[in-house]
Design a protein around this ligand. Structure first.
Ligand code: ADP
Ligand code: MG
Length: 613
């Protein structure tokens, strides 16, 4: 017999069948129609069919009429006409089947939607709800939205971290997998920043709230996902357009049927085979299933348009520092010039860099703290995005950044040799040293580039603010063809726009910090590993919660599969439906047989759409 994996699959299958049965049983019309059908067949009684048809059909017709009064001319009008016609023609058996299939179809749709969004539901259901607030010696349970910045909170083992916070006391390990997909728990001690929605595993932690609930990480993810679910992607509008044409075409075919066969039964048969509403639902089921599947992998897709366009990108653009290279670069070497000690260069540079959120700035600040314990404070801090930073430390004017940045400040500096990523340091207007970074390629990148080619991407491009030599070196390791170096954030926007004009669909992957404008200019912008940055503030369409660039390929693959399955559903569903209509209009299908065939088709199409998951 099967392996544990097979058993799990079988159990999951059984559970799906059971939950579908439960969904059906909750609908009174389905139950009435099913019992009436069985009783009518057992007793061979047309009267039982008639009673069942009236009892089940009247509420369905009433529901459709109410919809029409509200201006909704949906595809269920065809089903309504079919029910009425079967009653008028005395085709009670066929009528009962239509009632059963129509009400069962609605249950199936609801079930499919629920299945498709299962992990989204789970995501929302596990949002933090209460916080234990400490005041003096008391601990009160308060709703998370009442927590204000600075509140002292208690997080017990097993608790969800209620809001983004900083640990003030205690130590524990914390599971952030719901936020980042990272399976290994992280160590939390005094000073560690925690994100809402992570789980405290062992020790008791005292924490101080850093952000209110609405601005905390988990709650923001929930808001984004909810919004994504409501928005209609373009592919769904294609489906909606088909739906509008479906009803008039059906009525036309009814006319043809009457002219050809001169029999009202074939008119009924045409109406019966033409109920496309689950078919129209197949598309949203596929889209939601795609968004849901992506969320499982730690990829938050902010709207339906993005899940559809991801897979259609022909050019993928990457930022270098922090995107293709590790999110945490480190300082490899500090060089002092003109007998200035390297220690002074690092201390003063780190004093300024601690105020910047740039990846290289973190590296400099970390190296400074590792060497000196604490860093001197800086005032008059200014950042020029993608160029460098300046400030006043220990009474000196300090500048750290690229060659053009220092030249613009009037500092004499020669082109630097070597192909490493560097930042130059000036003190009081004089060049005093250079900081070299170990900016290593993420190990997943070469495999990702190969996968992109398989996913239909024709060109990969690196846009970087770094110099040519380090950019070329990283591009060669990565397997990226086109490199453009020495770009300012504004130049990256122009480059992305230009690519979009020439190739149509451009996907840009960046760090969401100083690449924000370029991410917004791309057809789809993907921001790397949120790292505690406010994810909804980033203008990206897609946010990777995990610091793993390979997920870009996963997201594209999900998108392509979703689109293929949705189009397949629309095409096959409408095609077969239309073929059945033609056959029925020639009088070759009885109304009862037609009802069974159409609904089997609808069920197949919807279940097919669920395969996206
Ligand atoms: P990328 O486009 O590859 O992400 P950036 O545009 O962020 O690179 O940075 C380009 C160059 O500007 C860096 O290689 C560095 O020399 C300099 N630079 C930018 N910001 C900083 C900073 N905060 N500290 C030091 N150097 C910086
Ligand atoms: Mg960058």
């Amino acid at each position: 017999m099967g392996t544990p994996a097979h058993d799990a699959v079988r159990r999951a299958g059984l559970q799906s069948v059971l939950s579908l049965a439960r969904a059906l049983a909750r609908r009174p019309i389905v139950v009435i129609a099913a019992i009436g059908l069985a009783a009518g067949l057992a007793l061979r009684s047309d009267t039982v069919f008639l009673i069942t048809l009236v009892a089940g059909g009247v509420p369905l017709v009433a529901q459709t009429l109410r919809g029409m009064l509200r201006g909704q001319f949906a595809a269920d009008i065809v089903a309504m006409l079919a029910i009425i016609t079967s009653l008028v023609l005395g085709q009670y058996f066929a009528g009962v089947i239509i009632v059963l299939m129509q009400s069962g179809g609605e249950a199936l749709e609801a079930y499919a939607m629920q299945q498709a969004s299962r992990s989204l539901e789970a995501l929302m259901a596990r949002a933090p709800k209460v916080a234990h607030r400490v005041s003096g010696t008391d601990v009160d349970d308060v709703p998370v939205d009442r927590v204000v910045v600075g509140d002292n909170l208690l997080v017990r083992p097993g608790d969800l971290v209620p809001v983004d916070c900083e640990v003030t006391e205690g130590s524990s390990s914390v599971d952030q997998s719901a936020l980042t997909g990272e399976p290994l728990p992280m160590r939390a001690v005094a000073g560690t920043h925690l994100l809402s929605g992570s789980v405290n595993l062992e020790g008791v932690l005292r924490v101080r709230a850093l952000r209110p609930s609405a601005q905390s990480q988990y709650q923001q993810i929930v808001v984004l996902v909810e919004r994504a679910r409501r928005e209609k992607p373009p592919i769904q509008r294609i489906a909606d357009r088909f739906a509008v044409w479906f009803t008039p075409v059906t009525l036309l075919m009814c006319g043809v049927a009457y002219l050809v066969t001169d029999s009202p039964a074939s008119v009924l048969a045409v109406l019966v085979v033409a109920t496309p509403c689950p078919l129209i639902l197949a598309t949203p089921v596929a889209v939601i299933a795609g968004i849901s599947r992506a969320a499982d992998l730690g990829v938050i897709v902010k709207h339906g348009r993005a899940i559809e366009q991801l897979g259609r990108a022909r050019v993928v653009v990457f930022d270098k520092t922090g995107t293709l290279t590790l999110g945490q670069p480190s300082v490899a070497h500090v060089e002092g010039l003109d007998s200035v000690p390297a220690g002074d260069v690092l201390r003063l540079a780190a004093g300024v860099e601690q105020l910047s959120s740039h990846h290289l700035a973190h590296a400099v600040a970390d190296a400074g703290r590792a060497r000196f314990g604490s860093l001197p404070g800086a005032s008059e801090f200014r950042e020029s995005p993608g160029r460098g930073v300046s400030g006043r430390v220990e009474g000196h004017a300090v500048q750290v950044g690229s060659i053009p940045y220092l030249r613009d400040a009037g500092i004499a500096i020669a082109e630097s040799p070597g192909d490493g990523t560097v930042a130059h340091v000036a003190i009081d207007g004089r060049l005093v040293g250079t900081i070299e970074f170990a900016d290593r390629l993420r190990h997943q990148v070469p495999a990702l580039m190969q996968r992109l080619a398989v996913l239909g991407v024709n060109d990969t491009v690196m846009l970087t603010g770094d110099r040519e030599a380090p950019a070329e070196a990283i591009a060669a390791q990565a397997g990226i063809r086109t490199v453009r170096a020495n770009l300012l954030p504004a130049d990256k926007v122009v480059a992305v726009r230009d690519l979009a004009r020439r190739h149509g669909n451009v996907l840009m992957v960046g760090d969401g910090i100083n690449d924000a404008p370029a991410l917004a200019a791309a057809t789809v912008g993907v921001a790397m590993g949120a790292h505690g940055t406010a994810i909804s503030a980033a203008p990206a369409d897609v946010v990777l919660l995990v610091d793993d660039i390979a997920r870009v390929g996963d997201a594209m693959a999900i998108s392509r599969r979703m689109r293929r399955i949705a189009l397949q559903s629309i095409g096959v569903g409408l095609g077969v439906s239309f073929a059945l209509m033609v056959v029925a209009s020639l009088g070759y299908i009885t109304p009862a047989a037609g009802a069974v065939m159409q609904e089997a088709l609808d069920a197949a199409v919807i279940l097919n759409a669920l395969r996206v998951r």
